[in-house]
Design a protein around this ligand. Structure first.
Ligand SMILES: Nc1ncnc2c1ncn2[C@@H]1O[C@H](COP(=O)(O)OP(=O)(O)OP(=O)(O)O)[C@@H](O)[C@H]1O
Length: 328
C-alpha cells in the first residue's frame, strides 16, 4: 500500500537563511513515526510545512503529498489547505488553547468540525458523534456544554485530540502534545493519542524531544540535526544501535539506559516483532483490550516471553508478535 505522507526534498528558508534542508520523510498507513532532535533542529518547521501553516516570511520548497489529496501541499493556497486540514490531515500542538474557540461550547466545536467537512449527515448526527468522541477521550458528557476556559489543561488537550480525530484523518501530526502537561496527565494523553490513531488506522507523525515518549508511542523514528534528517529507522534499532554521533549524544544525555542495551519499561501498544531487543522489559496493552477483550488489559513481561491476544474476531498473533505467551 502506498504511503500516507511522502515528503521529498523539503527545504525551508527565511530570507537567505536555510532552516530545513532536503528532508525526505514517509509515513505508511497506520504507521507511527517519531521526529526527534534538539531545540531548533527544524522539527516544527517540517510539520508546519506539511500543514501549510508556515509564517508568511518563511518559504517551503520540495514536495509534500498526502494520500487522498490530488495536489501537492507545497504551494497549495489557503482555500485548498483548509479543505485538507481537519479532514485528511489533523494536528495537536503543545498549547491546546490555540486550537480552541474560547467563545464556543465544547460540544458545538466538535460537532462543527464534522459539519464543516460534511463527514456527518446533519447536526443531530454530529452531536451524537461528538458525545461519543468525548467518551473516547475519557471526558464526561456534561463537558459538551462547557467553554474551554472552564477546563483544565489536560482536559483541553483531550478536547483538541477529539477534534483532531473527529473526521478520521489519514494522518495526525502531534507537536509536543504532552510537554506542557502534568506528568500523570501526560501518560493519559499519550495513551489516548495511540488508541485514537490505532482505532481509526490513522498514521501518526509525532514530534518531541523526549526519547522515552518516542519509545512509548512510535514504531519508527527520524532524527533531525541542524535542519537535516541525520538518521532514521525502527525505534528499537536506532535507540540501541545509534549510528550518527548526534543520536549517540542524544541517547547518552537521556534517561534511556543504553549501557546494557536495554530500553526502559515501555508502555504502549503491542510492539511489532523484533522492534525491541530480546530481554527488554516492556509493559504493553492489547490493542483490543479496552473495547472487547475480557481480562487484564495490560501485561508486563520480557519481549522474549512473547505476547498473544486471543481476541475472538481478530486475534493478534505471529508474525506480527513474538511467538508464545498469552494475554488472559
Ligand atoms: N519565523 C521564523 N523566522 C526565522 N527563523 C525561524 C522562524 N521560525 C523558526 N525559525 C528558526 O528555525 C530553526 C528551526 O526551528 P523549529 O521551530 O523548526 O525547531 P524545533 O526543532 O521544532 O525546535 P523546538 O523543539 O524548540 O520546538 C530554529 O533555529 C528557529 O530559530
Amino acid at each position: 500500500m502506498s504511503d500516507v505522507l511522502t515528503v521529498q526534498g523539503l527545504t525551508v528558508t527565511v530570507r537567505d537563511k536555510t532552516l530545513v534542508s532536503e528532508v525526505d520523510l514517509t509515513v505508511g498507513p497506520g504507521e507511527r513515526v517519531g521526529l526527534i532532535g534538539e531545540s531548533g533542529s527544524g522539527k516544527s518547521l517540517t510539520a508546519l510545512s506539511v500543514l501549510g501553516l508556515l509564517p508568511e516570511d518563511v518559504v517551503a520548497s520540495g514536495s509534500v503529498r498526502l494520500t487522498g489529496v490530488d495536489h501537492d501541499l507545497i504551494g497549495a493556497d489557503e482555500r485548498r489547505m483548509s479543505r485538507v486540514r481537519g479532514r485528511e490531515l489533523a494536528m495537536v500542538f503543545q498549547e491546546p488553547m490555540t486550537a480552541l474557540n474560547p467563545t464556543m461550547r465544547i460540544g458545538d466545536q466538535i460537532a462543527e468540525a464534522m459539519l464543516i467537512h460534511r463527514t456527518r449527515p446533519g447536526r443531530g448526527a454530529a452531536r451524537s458523534a461528538a458525545l461519543e468522541l468525548l467518551e473516547r477521550v475519557q471526558l464526561p458528557s456534561d463537558l459538551m456544554r462547557a467553554y474551554p476556559h472552564q477546563l483544565s489543561g489536560g482536559q483541553r488537550q483531550r478536547i483538541v485530540l477529539a477534534l483532531a480525530l473527529a473526521n478520521d484523518p489519514a494522518l495526525l501530526i502531534c507537536d509536543e502534545p504532552s510537554t506542557a502537561l502534568d506528568v500523570t496527565v501526560q501518560a493519559l494523553v499519550l495513551d489516548l493519542i495511540v488508541k485514537g490513531v490505532v482505532a481509526r488506522s490513522s498514521a501518526l507523525l509525532f514530534i518531541t524531544h523526549d526519547l522515552a515518549v518516542v519509545a512509548t508511542v512510535c514504531e519508527r523514528v527520524l532524527v533531525m540535526y541542524g535542519g537535516r534528517v541525520v538518521e532514521s529507522g525502527p525505534v528499537g534499532e536506532v535507540f540501541t544501535n545509534p549510528r550518527h554521533r548526534y543520536t549517540q549524544g542524544l541517547l547518552a544525555a537521556s534517561d534511556l539506559d543504553t549501557a546494557d542495551r536495554r530500553l526502559p519499561t515501555i508502555r504502549g501498544n503491542v510492539p511489532a516483532a523484533g522492534q525491541f531487543p530480546s530481554g527488554c522489559v516492556f509493559r504493553t496493552r492489547c490493542p483490543h483490550a479496552t473495547d472487547i477483550c475480557a481480562g487484564t488489559p495490560e501485561w508486563t513481561g520480557p519481549v522474549a516471553d512473547g505476547f498473544a491476544c486471543h481476541h475472538p474476531a481478530e486475534p493478534v498473533s505471529s508474525p506480527r508478535l513474538p511467538a508464545g505467551g498469552a494475554h488472559a
